[in-house]
Every structure is written in structure tokens, then in C-alpha cells.
Write a protein of this length. Structure first.
Length: 204
């Protein structure tokens, strides 16, 4: 616990919690804490309950690992989406980034990470076998590898390619509008959208 920087230990603790969020500095954390203090009790309760419910009641889609309120996610259950194309991404944030482009209407497969020996993450720690099972069902005709373009992302893409290359499916990758080492989350929507549209055969 840090020293009390303000007139109240309770305020200091609230600031510490806000400041623990990614991208939130202490000045912003203080502003947020004071804003919450100015809200009525019912508003603060709704705010806190939203996150308690998110943490305690959220489900993960058994097909693609996307978050869902219950069971199969809205992507996998939507008959208007192209169920013959699966885009493999690292994280939930990547899905949201791709969706914001409006240029992709297929399904997803979220790995929840990438192969990283330095972090102790191997192929067996990721749902790659589940991806192979989805493809083996016979309805998938294309798999889009949309992982980060750094060394670990490329390693993961190559490993997935080796696992599915013998299956009757086309393996593509997003075009190089996304620079080497870039994360999809931080790529602007126009560039990412064009990269999705202009995806190319994956070359190991």
C-alpha cells in the first residue's frame, strides 16, 4: 500500500485501483475517482455491479472462445456470417479491431495468446487442437492467420500452418499493410481493413 497522497486513505485506494488499469495515469485516476465520488450511490452501485457481473457471469463461446452472455457467441450463431472462413487471432481486442473495419464477415478463433517460450507458453497451452477439430468438420474452406507480425506471432502462424496444411483448406494471411512487429489492436482501421481485404496465401 502506498503512502496516503490525499486527504483520505479511501480516496487513495480508489485512485490506486483506477491507476492499475492499462493506460491510466495517476492524474486521470484521481479525476475518475473524484467523478465517482460525485455520483449518487445508485450510480456507483450500477458501475461496480457491471464489472462484478462481467467477471462473475461472462461465458466463453465453446466454438471460438469469444466472450458471450450465454453459450454460443453472436458471431458463431449468426447465419448471415460466412461460416466457411475462420480468422485466427490472438486476443478479444483483435476481434473488436477487425470488426470495426467492417471488412470481414466470417468467424473467428481466439487463441488467447501466442507461442512464447520465454513466457512458458507452448502450442499445448493454446486452443490449436480445437482449431484443427473445427476445420476437420469439413465446412471450412479458408483459414485467415491474423496474428501479430513479430517473431512469436510468425512462429505461431507457422505452427498452425503445419498443423492444418494437410487439410482441404486454403490458408491465408493478412496483407503486409500491418508492419512487422505491429499488433492489430494498434493498427488504424483503414489499414487493417485493407489488409483483411487483400489477404494473401500464407507463405511459410
Amino acid at each position: 500500500m502506498s503512502l496516503n497522497r490525499y486527504s483520505s486513505q479511501l480516496l487513495d485506494e480508489a485512485v490506486e485501483q483506477f491507476a492499475s488499469l492499462p493506460g491510466v495515469g495517476r492524474k486521470t485516476a484521481l479525476r475518475l475517482a473524484l467523478h465517482m465520488l460525485s455520483r449518487d450511490e445508485a450510480g456507483v452501485e450500477r458501475f461496480s455491479n457491471a464489472f462484478l457481473n462481467l467477471k462473475g457471469s461472462i461465458h466463453y463461446c465453446p466454438e471460438c472462445n469469444m466472450i458471450s452472455d450465454d453459450g454460443i457467441c453472436p458471431f458463431c450463431s449468426d447465419p448471415r456470417r460466412d461460416h466457411s472462413v475462420i480468422c485466427v487471432v490472438e486476443s478479444l481486442r483483435d476481434v473488436f479491431s477487425i470488426e470495426n473495419t467492417g471488412q470481414y464477415k466470417g468467424l473467428y478463433h481466439i487463441l488467447g495468446g501466442i507461442i512464447s517460450p520465454m513466457d512458458g507458453i507452448g502450442p499445448g497451452d493454446l486452443p490449436i487442437a480445437e482449431l484443427v477439430d473445427r476445420i476437420s468438420g469439413g465446412t471450412v474452406r479458408e483459414v485467415v492467420l491474423a496474428l501479430s507480425t513479430g517473431i512469436e506471432g510468425e512462429t505461431t502462424s507457422f505452427y498452425i500452418y503445419k498443423q492444418i496444411s494437410s487439410l482441404p483448406v486454403t490458408v491465408t494471411a493478412i496483407a503486409r499493410g500491418v508492419g512487422f512487429g505491429d499488433d492489430l489492436e494498434y493498427t488504424d482501421e483503414l489499414t487493417l481493413g485493407r489488409s483483411m481485404q487483400n489477404r494473401q496465401p500464407f507463405k511459410p
